[in-house]
Ligand binder design. Sequence first.
Ligand SMILES: NC(=O)c1ccc[n+]([C@@H]2O[C@H](COP(=O)([O-])OP(=O)(O)OC[C@H]3O[C@@H](n4cnc5c(N)ncnc54)[C@H](O)[C@@H]3O)[C@@H](O)[C@H]2O)c1
Length: 432
Amino acid sequence: MRLTVIGTGYLGATHAAAMAELGHDVLGLDVDQSKIDRLNAGEVPFFEPGLPELLRKSLDSGRLRFTTSYDEAGAFGEVHFICVGTPQRKGEYAADMTYVNAAADSLVSVLRPGALVVGKSTVPLGTAARLAESIEQVGAELVWNPEFLREGYAVEDTLRPDRVVMGGHSGAALKQLAEVYAVILDAGTPLVCTDFATAELVKVAANSFLATKISFINAMAEVCEVTGADVTQLATAIGHDARIGHRFLNAGLGFGGGCLPKDIRAFMARAGELGVDQALSFLKEIDEINLRRRARMVDLARELCDGTLAGVRVAVLGAAFKPNSDDIRDSPALDVAVSVQRAGAAVRVYDPQAMDNARRDYPTLAYVPSAVDAAQDADVVLHLTEWAEFRAMRPSLLGAVVAERRIVDGRNALDSEAWRAEGWTYRALGRP
Ligand SMILES: NC(=O)c1ccc[n+]([C@@H]2O[C@H](COP(=O)([O-])OP(=O)(O)OC[C@H]3O[C@@H](n4cnc5c(N)ncnc54)[C@H](O)[C@@H]3O)[C@@H](O)[C@H]2O)c1
């Protein structure tokens, strides 16, 4: 089938390359000319493991190319995927729908009758029903098909998702989208066909659940900190209960990124508009628990440095919001780095992939090319993003260059015994 993918960021670029891999002819579209030029040249404009190989393979096959022209997209596509961003509105909790609305308007003006539009962006409840009106007026149809990919595993998650969710009110449209995903569905992937509202809700409900699980164990970490209990042992013990499970139960600096924080806030804002704000008031607490971890991390660093960060040299390991990504949107690591700097510390940041993005958005921090450079003469080391490189690091490597062997493990991911055995004062969130 001939598909277009509107918006070629983390979601759209991956989706476009993956759909070509499934055998479709794909045209990716973005308003950002430089992004389109790089994609056409076979270069992924962000870090995503496995995507450069898939992009080049799809370009070489002749089944994938990129454009900035909506006219070209309208003439080419039988099915159009909307993958543009829905960031948090400045100064508000609600989602900024500017990009989705603009993409939908541009598409409507070029759609061929009989075309199918598929919404993948994460949107407030009611968006699909609203967009469907103008799309149906030009003889096209809409299906809502939320995306669940995880950055760092985006290729795998797109080609082999846990489930496919499709919401709509036209059987023919749902059937057409099922044909697009035939290879995935034939492999036994569960399919949930539902209405617009449920499809929209599946995405924000899933993210709210995951955020709740993370903040739950981080709330337990707060209790552990005043009782001398160990949250990592607690998590292991409760996670053995199959009803609870171990995943997303790692206490630490909490969640960030371009999805969970803004999605739970937009969900709360929309619930308020719908008159069901009480149903989601717990999400406010989830958000606050999450943000309190960042403040606690700064306090721990201060405690370790005899009560003040003024004039202290701090090594920050990690800038991305999570490992295997260069995404720094709402990154807990950079939030902590900035707070520590504001408290008077001299901060040096190292991240294996996110340095360019961090330098662009946080130009006042100092960036160095390796963990050892960050740790040079440092009074304290803060481990803030659990890259494999940091987890595998021998304590003696940094021990040889720091001024003081003091480390705060913001991710509970380092081997505390190994660090202590090398003479480090090791502190972590939620542990003695
Ligand atoms: N990143 C993820 O892990 C992920 C996972 C699931 C769902 N989502 C959702 O997918 C959506 C996109 O997220 P992302 O992380 O890919 O965002 P992104 O910011 O990386 O990409 C958005 C792209 O859309 C382009 N764009 C903006 N306006 C446009 C327009 N009118 N026409 C064409 N292109 C336009 C931008 O230039 C940008 O390249 C969001 O709603 C997000 O919540 C993201």
